[in-house]
Design a protein around this ligand. Structure first.
Ligand code: ATP
Ligand code: ZN
Length: 287
């Protein structure tokens, strides 16, 4: 494997940059991403990082200029490039939605027929309207889509939304979700054997980081006479570790719980007689 480096494309600066860089760092890949850098080499992992505009990432990966990349599913769907989606990454979550001005009396997607819709996603929106048998007039604009209706450029918009506050500020109301999106790891279709080996190594680390982010490590003390019920409340991946405390009649219980059930589990444990509950973040979880 000597010499081969996996080339990864990340967004240079934008909503995906920070978390893309952080993910690599949590995978133990050390590199310098100082301001204005276009390219960086990891010091302790056979990987080379290219910092690019997100819109260009699918094409670079499809052409093999980069071997892999991190990009939003929305951009991937819009560019329709032939690449493999390797793994969902759980950040950059948003939705591509149709929104109308407050005074637009909206009932169904058919109301978009004959209307001018401003968007940066003409391909996705075109497919969506075709699937719904709606003919509308799609205006492609590259930024600040949300102001198009107020300046008379469009009757409605199709734009990315996360909280919805930008739409609200611009007097728009979200009426249809066209697609849900999050950041994904994509790869060139025909990676050579050595590049594939490096990707598998990185992917193993990414999965460990992702699993860790979804779980918490929990420690608690329980009176021995309540131990059975308390253990039953812990939906861990394996049965919990139970150790006697120095104080007779008490045990310490350790387990891993899913972040989603976390508050409910903690409340039930407390009600069940658990004391001294500690919940810790996990850095990596090797499966
Ligand atoms: P670039 O300069 O790289 O072209 P950009 O302005 O096109 O950047 P950003 O606004 O940084 O892109 O968004 C990058 C990606 O972040 C989006 O394509 C989308 O996948 C994701 N994203 C998550 N939440 C939002 C949101 N509320 N608005 C826009 N994009 C979001
Ligand atoms: Zn972009």
């Amino acid at each position: 494997m000597t010499g081969t480096k996996l080339k990864i494309a990340l967004q240079k600066s934008g909503r995906l940059s920070e978390e893309s860089n952080a993910l690599l760092k949590k995978c133990g890949v050390r590199f310098n991403n100082g301001a204005g850098k276009l390219k960086s080499e990891a010091v302790n992992f056979p990987i080379e990082i290219y910092f690019l505009r997100d819109d260009d990432i699918p094409e670079y990966v499809a052409d093999g200029v980069a071997d892999i990349g991190i990009v939003g599913e929305n951009v991937l769907a819009e560019t329709k490039k032939d690449v493999q989606t390797i793994e969902k990454l759980g950040f950059g979550k948003c939705r591509l939605s149709l929104a109308v001005p407050k005074n637009f009396s909206y009932r169904s997607v058919k109301d978009f027929a004959g209307k001018r819709i401003a968007t940066s996603y003409p391909q996705i929106l075109g497919d969506y309207f075709a699937a719904n048998s709606v003919e509308s007039d799609i205006h492609t604009i590259s930024g600040s889509v949300e102001i198009a209706p107020s300046i008379g450029l469009a009757d409605a918009v199709c734009d990315l939304v996360s909280s919805g506050s930008t739409l609200f500020t611009n007097g728009l109301r979200e009426v249809e979700i066209v697609m849900q999106s999050e950041a994904v790891l994509i790869a060139h279709n025909n990676l050579d054997g050595n590049s594939r080996k490096i990707l598998d190594k990185l992917l193993f680390r990414i999965k460990s980081v992702r699993a860790a982010a979804q779980n918490k490590y929990i420690l608690l003390n329980a009176p021995n006479d309540k131990l059975t019920e308390i253990i039953a409340l812990l939906p861990g991946i394996k049965s919990p570790t139970v150790m006697p405390l120095a104080e007779t009649g008490w045990s310490s219980v350790h387990s891993v719980i899913n972040e989603n059930d976390f508050w409910e589990v903690v409340e039930n444990l407390k009600a069940g007689g658990a004391e001294g509950i500690l919940v810790l973040s996990i850095d990596q979880m090797i499966q």
